[in-house]
Write a protein that binds this ligand. Structure first.
Ligand SMILES: [Zn+2]
Length: 278
């Protein structure tokens, strides 16, 4: 039976621990803790908040297999947080309660399954991190171009997004997201989105793993400067928006249902304008 505690605290010795943890009475969640031989910061990486965003899950699984050589500090990886959603190929939600985990933060200790998992992350995991990457992508029903979201007003989070290097970075307001909850307790954080429609390919996974490596350099956890990237576009989204694609079908701006055959013009617009389903 897996415990509820991750061995995130630095030990002072190189290690790569992998196992499972049972947060908040839910299914066992895989993890890895990789500690380098030198002291440094703690980077937390999660994926699979949405269980069908495979490019991000594959990138996190590659990080799970990373070795301690050349690393300063501690990397903690939770590559598939929504295990039931992953197994059932659910779109956006946790099957246990039908809720979108990335709207449930900061959660409740006595709430539904997604609320309890969010609460466990906020109280047991986030406080040990110096920076946080939550890896996503377009879900089964969603196409998008790669971009990052960072909590508005957090310069350290904006710097993480810049370091990650995706072509677009968007400042987001709103409540209930992983990154907002983390930033609220002082942990710089971003959501990185690569891949979509239940597909992944090597180029997308490498874009994600390159971004993680760039952040590790930015944080001084591996040697070398952060490579330059082409100029970013920085945008902003204020407040929460309604989904463009609901589970029942296409909905238009403001939630009005589109009639069959009506071309959903806005689906592929710039992420600044899309209805956020991060
Ligand atoms: Zn997602």
């Amino acid at each position: 039976m897996a415990g509820t505690v991750l061995p995130m605290q630095p030990t002072g010795a190189p290690r790569a621990e992998r196992g499972h943890v049972s947060p908040a009475g839910g299914p066992e969640v895989p993890y890895a803790v990789i500690e380098g031989g030198r002291p440094g910061l703690c980077l937390l990486v999660t994926a699979g908040v949405h269980g069908s965003e495979y490019c991000s899950i594959e990138a996190a699984l590659r990080l799970v297999r990373r070795l301690p050589e050349g690393l300063a500090g501690v990397i903690t990886v939770l590559p598939i947080l929504n295990v039931s959603g992953f197994r059932q190929r659910s779109v956006y939600v946790m099957p246990e309660d039908g809720r979108n985990l990335n709207r449930m933060f900061p959660g409740k200790p006595d709430g539904s399954a997604s609320e309890r998992l969010a609460h466990w992350l906020v109280t047991e995991i986030f406080p040990h991190a110096d920076a946080y990457l939550d890896l996503h992508g377009g879900d089964l029903s969603e196409a998008l171009i790669p971009f990052s979201l960072f909590p508005g007003g957090s310069d350290a989070s904006k710097a993480l997004a810049t370091a990650f290097g995706l072509p677009v970075a968007v400042s987001a307001g709103g409540e209930g997201y992983t990154i907002n909850a983390a930033a609220r307790i002082g942990v710089p954080s971003i959501i990185a989105e690569v891949g979509s429609n239940g597909l992944w390919d090597e180029a997308g996974v490498v874009q994600m793993t390159d971004g993680i490596d760039r952040v590790l350099r930015h944080l001084g956890m591996i040697a070398g400067p952060v490579p330059a990237v082409d100029r970013h576009h920085m945008g902003a989204v204020r407040g929460r928006r309604r989904p463009l694609v609901s589970r029942e079908g296409l909905v238009g701006p403001g939630g009005g249902r589109r009639t069959p055959g009506h071309h959903p013009r806005r689906v592929r617009r710039h992420p600044r304008d899309r209805r956020l389903q991060a």
